[in-house]
Structures are given as structure tokens and as C-alpha cells.
Design a protein around this ligand. Structure first.
Ligand SMILES: [Zn+2]
Ligand SMILES: [Zn+2]
Length: 350
């Protein structure tokens, strides 16, 4: 099974906290149901930085991050039925799952009981480490490959594979749409997609950001209202307003204050997570039959639905395309919140 392994250029962190550098990594031979993808663009997600710096522990090094991948099919295995050479495709946060647990069978592979196989920093069913999108090529099972419709450019599509689906899934699950008031907490890589998608779904959208610094952007992206959370008046003025509040921030929030913004039967959903446990006064839930929830990316089917929705509405991410040698600099800028709103690596420069 390890014959014909191809070696491809990539950018990898050789060890935890070490700067990323150009190297090569092996890609498995194209199997029966695999597609070989020539990567065109790879987005830089905050979690890439977290993992490359071993923030969640147990990192596998060298590590090639990247789970916002857009490219073109360069070769297909003999059993591939869904794709042809030349197709525009994407790969998101996972490249496999057990395919037999209740969640996989239900089409919720992101919640596979085995945890599935991450696009990078994981071990595949072949026992080999997975390497992500900061690379020229990747081999992925067709069942975990997405189709990128015409109508979105590949560079603007790449961040949809993580940031886009991370926001689309809770917006769809909690039925954001006409007549619903939705608040997006934080206007970064995730939040800006939340604003675009919630607006396109027909909801009334409010951005809750620390300051009013990005207000003009927020309104341009589709927000109807914009408030600063550093102003305590925001929390009194908006008390009991929202059907759905989605928090994209990983800084510890005053959850009781944010639950106060949710109307009866509404939900506060977290897609960002502070590292430390938080304290919640359950009376803030009981008093309004409110839900405090979390949500993680989306299934393959839902990710396809999101890509089709975005293409139909002309939605892509707001991006800054960089060359591969700028990755380390870009990491520092992401940590300093100095990006509007996603860095995308031009894979031709890897
Ligand atoms: Zn991500
Ligand atoms: Zn499973």
C-alpha cells in the first residue's frame, strides 16, 4: 500500500512553536476512491496557529497545517464516481471518519464517535500522519471532498471550508432567517462569514464587537446594527432581543451578560471556546427557557449545501492573498487581529 508514495512540497512547523519552513511531505498513492487535488489556495485558520504552537497538546510534528483547501482535481482513482479531472474542489477540517457510528450514518460525520480523521495533525486509517493544505497537492477520499461551484473564486472559497461552515451550521440548525434577530459576537475570520451568511439567509443581523472600530466594515458585510460590548449600555439596550447569539470569540466572555441578550426560547451558541472553564448562573437559562450550546463545523452534506448557498448568493470570504514565505508573518498578524478577514496562501508559491 505504500508504493508510489509521492513527495510534495509543503510548509511545516518542524516542532511546537518553531516557525514554519519549506519542506516536503509524502502523499499516499491515489487509491480506488481517492482524488489527487492540485491545491490552489489554503486559508489560514486561527486553529492552525494554535496547533502549530501545540496549544491543545499532543501535536504531531512536523506539522503541515491547513484545513481550508481549494484546488483542482488532477487525478482520480478507478472507483471515483463523483469527480473528474479538472473539477473545482475543496477540503475542510476532516478527511475521513469511521463511516459506521450513529452520527456517520446520520450524516453528522463531524461528530463521529471516533473523532474522525483531521485533515492534519491526525493519523489516518493507514496509520500515517495526515498533512494539511499548506502544500502543493493532497490525496483525499472522494466522499470527504467538496465541490466548489462556479460563481465563487477559489481563493475566496477556501475559507468557507472552515470559517464558512462553522457559522453556516449553527445558523441553519437554529433556523436563522426572515423575522429572526441574530447577533454575531466578534467580527474576525469567523464572525465576518457569520454576518454575510445570516444576512443572506434573511435574518436581521447585529454585530457585537469589543469596539466600533470595524463598524463600517460590518455594515458593508450585511449587518443591520453594530454595537460595542465595551459599552455597558449595549447590554441594557439589547436585553432580551435576540433569537440567536453566536459567539465566535475564544476570549472568556461574561456568559450571564450575553445570555441576558437572548429572548425566551432563544439560544447562545459558541463556536469559539475559551481555554478555561466558564461560570454560568443557570437562572439566566431557566428564566427564559434559553439554550446555551456549542457547534462544531458541519457535515460533508451540510458543507456542500453551504458552498452551494454561498455560490448562489455570491458570497466568499474577505481575503488577503499571501505568498508562502509570508506565513509566519501572517500568523503574527492573525494573533494581533490585524487581518481583514482571512489570509489565504497562494499554493503556487509553496
Ligand atoms: Zn479552522
Ligand atoms: Zn463515525
Amino acid at each position: 500500500m505504500t508504493t508510489n508514495v509521492t513527495t510534495v512540497p509543503a510548509y511545516a512547523a518542524p516542532a511546537a512553536n518553531a516557525p514554519l519552513e519549506r519542506t516536503t511531505v509524502p502523499r499516499r498513492p491515489v487509491g480506488e476512491h481517492d482524488v489527487l487535488i492540485e491545491i490552489k489556495y489554503a486559508g489560514i485558520c486561527h486553529s492552525d496557529i494554535h496547533q502549530a504552537r501545540n496549544g491543545w497538546g499532543e501535536g504531531i510534528f512536523p506539522m503541515v497545517p491547513g484545513h481550508e483547501i481549494a484546488g483542482i482535481v488532477a487525478e482520480v482513482g478507478p472507483g471515483v464516481s463523483r469527480f473528474q479531472v479538472g473539477d473545482r474542489v475543496g477540503v475542510g477540517c476532516f478527511v475521513d471518519s469511521c463511516r459506521e457510528c450513529a452520527y456517520c450514518l446520520q450524516g453528522l460525520e463531524q461528530y463521529c464517535v471516533t473523532g474522525g480523521t483531521g485533515t492534519y495533525n491526525a493519523v489516518g486509517t493507514d496509520g500515517e500522519p495526515t498533512y494539511g493544505g499548506y502544500s502543493s497537492h493532497i490525496v483525499v477520499d472522494e466522499n470527504y471532498t467538496l465541490r466548489i461551484p462556479e460563481g465563487i473564486s477559489l481563493d475566496e472559497a477556501a475559507p468557507l471550508l472552515c470559517a464558512g461552515i462553522t457559522l453556516y451550521s449553527p445558523l441553519a440548525h437554529w433556523q436563522a432567517g426572515p423575522g429572526k434577530k441574530v447577533a454575531i459576537v466578534g467580527l474576525g475570520g469567523l464572525g465576518h462569514m457569520g454576518v454575510k451568511i445570516a444576512h443572506a439567509l434573511g435574518a436581521e443581523v447585529t454585530v457585537l464587537s469589543q469596539s466600533l472600530k470595524k463598524q463600517e466594515d460590518g455594515l458593508k458585510l450585511g449587518a443591520d446594527h453594530y454595537y460595542a460590548t465595551s459599552d455597558p449600555a449595549t447590554f441594557t439596550e439589547l436585553a432580551g432581543t435576540f433569537d440567536l447569539v453566536i459567539s465566535t470569540v475564544s476570549a472568556p466572555l461574561d456568559f450571564n451578560a450575553y445570555l441576558g441578550l437572548v429572548r425566551t426560547d432563544g439560544a447562545l451558541v459558541n463556536v469559539g471556546a475559551p481555554e478555561e472553564p466558564v461560570s454560568v448562573n443557570l437562572f439566566s437559562l431557566i428564566g427564559g427557557r434559553k439554550t446555551l450550546a456549542g457547534s462544531m463545523i458541519g457535515s460533508i452534506a451540510e458543507t456542500q449545501e453551504m458552498l452551494d448557498f454561498c455560490a448562489e448568493h455570491g458570497l466568499g470570504a474577505e481575503i488577503e492573498v499571501i505568498r508562502a514565505e509570508q506565513i509566519n508573518e501572517a500568523y503574527e498578524r492573525v494573533l494581533a487581529s490585524d487581518v481583514r478577514y482571512r489570509f489565504v496562501i497562494d499554493a503556487a508559491t509553496i
